[in-house]
Design a protein around this ligand. Sequence first.
Ligand SMILES: Cc1cc2nc3c(=O)[nH]c(=O)nc-3n(C[C@H](O)[C@H](O)[C@H](O)COP(=O)(O)O)c2cc1C
Length: 293
Amino acid sequence: MILNLKDLKTVDVQNYLQHAIAPRPICFASTIDTAGNVNLSPFSFFNLFSSHPPIVIFSPARRVRDNSTKHTLQNVLAVPEVVINIVDYDMVQQVSLASCEFPKGVNEFDKAGFTMQGATIVKPPMVKESKIKLECRVNEVKSLGTEAGAGNLVIAEVLVMHIDESILNTDRKIDQTKLHHVARLGGDWYCKVDNTNLFKVEKPHVQIGIGIDALPGSIRNSKILNGNNLGQLGNVCEMPMIDPAFDDDRLKNIIQYYSISPDEMEKELHLYAKQLLDSGKLTAAWQVLLAAV
Ligand SMILES: Cc1cc2nc3c(=O)[nH]c(=O)nc-3n(C[C@H](O)[C@H](O)[C@H](O)COP(=O)(O)O)c2cc1C
């Protein structure tokens, strides 16, 4: 299917894009108006865009339904400060409740059952229950249009971070396994980060990887190795050499058993290499594959 977005209704554009650009982290924004009334609302059009200066951006959009603007937008235009509370699984149902369109002046901390906690340098309160809170100054609000559905980029500079002790490791850094972020996808879908779905991808080397195009043809065109496996193999800085010290019983068995059938041998070696790659053993996988080249 190919979609030309200008032929679609805004509600459908939003639907396709929100299902496609997912998962999105959730900014739970606390703001105030000039009279000091507090507002608390979630926004998943949100991300980190710069570390120096430390800039995050979220976007309260004009309502598709009636083109009205959100209280959060009105507040940051009047009082350019925001506390961004990071949303984790323990809070997700209350966060969703806070997104109801309560009338202006209603404090969603009360409606959604969160505790207000004073920030140190900005006026809006923090959500005590959130495990990470960012005190921010709003540097700029960039409107993306005047039609219903148009976003408004709230460009915010993070001044102070509050991090709950319970999610720190011994180096005083955030332990990714201890914070169960939730993120928004399309429609009513959310996802949760936890030990069952976290995985690591080794960063590309400072030296440049050889690339998949530099792999020997028999590896590159393997019917067994998939794109992820080739990505791992192409990430080495130089083509590995056979290591005579590599001693592996299964490799020896394959070479011995399939010596009369090179095609079968290659298949078995690729199956074994795939197993090794899928369990992160890149060096051993290379040694197994070199036996087939
Ligand atoms: C998880 C979640 C994410 C949301 N993300 C956005 C968003 O990025 N932009 C937006 O305009 N509305 C978003 N909404 C809807 C707003 O939270 C909702 O319109 C809210 O009532 C706005 O409140 P306010 O008028 O008090 O600022 C989201 C709702 C939920 C539950």
